[in-house]
Design a protein around this ligand. Structure first.
Ligand code: SIN
Ligand code: CO
Length: 379
């Protein structure tokens, strides 16, 4: 278990999306949950997103995984970094790092990225559109953070793929030791340089842009065949200017768009499905053969642990309806079984004994689909 020495409500008030900060000794006696060898092992896997970055003599290179095992036979001793995204999806001890941050909502959370850096390794000065908590594990790294980007920085692409900026003046310049943590809000340039071979853990939080919401909302209306009707105006007046879009038509067209955006139920379902999509692959555990409903009913009568696949996003709305959003889909939980929403969404696992009454058929069918889809599994 990782214990974070930080008052999250205070942190949110003072720093969240406002200013960067280093929290020394954020974790007392920090022990790395994963080793450099295990990270290298993950970077061999097809399903895992990884990068290897070098910067010898200020020449940047970036390669994407998956890597061959032999790739790691001849690694440089300095000036390189191996980055593996979403390690929490594949390595349960690394996933434990998320636990102390659960006062921040799951829908904002992206992943735990783990970096192994050799001395002098890094990815150079750059700007992210993420909130990130960078926890220092073994080793030692110097971190510089600059003032918020308001257009003053010049972007450069290095090594064909690395997005960097030319440079920045530091407002923070400090050395992180094991257990220290750096928080960087979106838009603040930063650069980590490795002093001693290091492991670091970046917990990323990412909110959607308006552009993404609008474009995905359009996809949602198409997928659900919503609003597939034309504007009709039986009271169309004759007009003397052929090329003109009359005010009456303009108002009606805009009203169509406003109506689409004002359909509260549609928006709720869209936002729930949208936010429950993970941006990284997951290790789904699909039963073979699939369970039948009667088998699941029998299992629920016994005391079994029902566990959520790491990284799976399961969400519900504060004014909970019967909707459960999982991995971009919307499922029904009967209104009598609402307590199950919290068991499924707020916890990594629950025991079938925690389900106080026998769930309604509709709910049991949802559970069956979730388990047969590999989203939850019976441990
Ligand atoms: C790094 O650890 O160098 C990359 C992490 C980041 O800058 O977001
Ligand atoms: Co960054």
């Amino acid at each position: 278990m990782f214990k974070l020495n930080l008052d999250i409500p205070d942190f949110l008030n003072t720093y969240w999306q406002k200013k960067p900060v280093i929290i020394k000794n954020a974790f007392s006696h920090f022990a790395d949950p994963i080793s450099a060898d295990e990270i290298a092992g993950l970077s061999l896997e097809e399903m895992v997103d990884s990068r290897f970055v070098t910067n010898k003599d200020a020449q940047w290179t970036a390669q994407h995984g998956p890597f061959e095992e032999s790739f790691f036979d001849t690694l440089p001793e300095t000036h390189c970094q191996l980055i593996v995204q979403a390690c929490n999806h594949w390595h349960s001890e690394t996933a434990q790092l998320i636990e102390p941050f659960k006062a921040l909502p799951h829908w904002l959370f992206d992943d735990v990225m783990v970096c192994y850096s050799a001395p002098h390794g890094g990815v150079g000065p750059h700007i992210d559109q993420y909130d990130v908590f960078i926890i220092q594990g073994q080793g030692k790294r110097e971190w510089k953070v600059g003032a918020k980007d308001v257009g003053q920085y010049t972007e450069v692409i290095q090594g064909g793929a690395l997005r960097q900026i030319e440079g920045f003046d530091a407002i923070i310049d400090d050395i992180l030791l094991p257990g220290d943590m750096l928080y960087i809000p979106p838009g603040f340039p930063h650069e980590g340089t490795t002093l001693e071979a290091s492991l670091s853990y970046s917990l990323g939080y990412r909110s959607p842009t308006e552009q993404e919401l609008l474009s995905h909302f359009a996809d949602h209306t198409i997928a659900n065949d919503l609003g597939n009707h034309h504007m009709h105006d039986p009271d169309l007046p004759a007009q003397s200017h052929y090329g003109q879009i009359g005010n009456q038509s303009l108002t009606m067209l805009k009203q169509m768009l406003h109506n689409a955006m004002n359909a509260d139920d549609v928006l709720n379902t869209f936002i729930g499905t949208q936010l429950s999509q993970s941006r990284h692959q997951m290790n789904l555990i699909e039963p073979d053969p699939e369970y039948r409903l009667d088998e699941l009913n029998d299992l629920l009568q016994q005391s079994v642990s029902i566990e959520k696949v790491p990284g799976l996003k399961a969400l519900y709305l504060e004014d909970a309806t019967e909707q459960l959003f999982v991995n971009g889909e919307c499922f029904t939980i009967h209104s009598d079984d609402k307590a199950l929403l919290s068991l499924l969404c707020d916890q990594n696992a629950f025991n079938s004994d925690d389900i106080i009454m026998s769930p309604q058929l509709e709910t049991r069918e949802t559970l069956l689909t979730l388990i047969n889809s590999g989203y939850w599994y019976i441990a």
